[in-house]
Design a protein around this ligand. Structure first.
Ligand code: 13P
Length: 249
């Protein structure tokens, strides 16, 4: 059975004291659903977040990493460095990384390989832009983002991969994909995986939806059979809202 997962992507928000405050509020909440819960603070707050949450059911994950182990890559952080502060899962390929930091499918393939080589789990993000959806190209775009960055992997690698469909037009805009649009795309993603690796592999991969998920719409989106959870931006910055989403399953 594939897992339900709700992950909060804090993006470039929350300094150290805000991180400590939000974590203490998160620790007061109760998980009443079967969802695995994760938060992704900025690099500088991973260690204090890990220390504060290591005995809880909330996993601390990273928002990005470099593909090299170490060396002359000013400003970057490697998988071994993340692991040394307790991080075992990394978000890769977020549309903001692709758009503002020019991350390509080829670069992401290298990052995925580095994470897996270090026994880390990957939350791999992808999604089409508005113009691509308007042109009816959303499946073509998503299919090629997945194939280009992941289809060099063996089937066994998918035990360590979580997919996150985040249509760019729904991120931070208040405009969510309808539950039907999310389900249609998630079914397409699962079929794309099944065509390449077989249904048994595809059925075990958790596919999260991201893009303006809020307490008010989470339950309906999560009710769709191929939606296995959410990657939450804005609403993950408030403990009550985030847990309303966690417990929407
Ligand atoms: P919002 O929930 O703020 O739309 O952000 C989604 C997202 O980008 C999560 O990675």
């Amino acid at each position: 059975m594939r897992k339900h997962i709700v992950a909060g992507n804090w993006k470039m928000n929350n300094d150290l004291s805000m991180t400590e405050t939000l974590i203490s509020e998160l620790k007061k909440q109760t998980i009443t659903s079967d969802a695995e819960v994760m938060i992704a603070p900025v690099f500088t707050n991973l260690w204090p977040a890990y220390q504060a949450l290591k005995d809880s059911d909330i996993e601390v994950v990273a928002q990005n990493m470099h593909f090299a182990e170490s060396g002359a890559y000013t400003g970057e952080v490697s998988a071994t460095m993340l692991k040394s502060v307790g991080v075992k899962t990394v978000i890769l390929g977020h549309s903001e990384r692709r758009e503002y930091f020019n991350e390509t499918d080829e670069l992401l393939a290298k990052k995925v390989d580095a994470a897996l080589a270090n026994d880390m789990r990957v939350i791999f993000c992808f999604g089409e832009e508005l113009a691509e959806r308007k042109a009816g190209k959303e499946q073509e775009v998503v299919g090629s983002q997945i194939a280009n960055a992941l289809f060099h992997l063996d089937a066994s690698a998918f035990k360590h991969i979580i997919l996150a469909y985040e249509p760019v037009w729904a991120i931070g805009t208040g405009e969510t994909a309808s539950p039907e649009q999310a389900q249609d795309m998630h079914a397409f993603i699962r079929k794309t995986l099944a065509d390449k690796y077989g249904a048994e592999v595809a059925d075990e991969v958790s596919i999260l939806y991201g893009g303006s998920v809020k307490p008010a719409n989470a339950q309906e989106i999560f009710s769709k059979p191929d939606v296995d959870g959410g990657l939450i931006g804005g609403a993950s910055l408030k403990a009550d809202d985030f847990f309303a989403i966690v417990n929407a399953f």
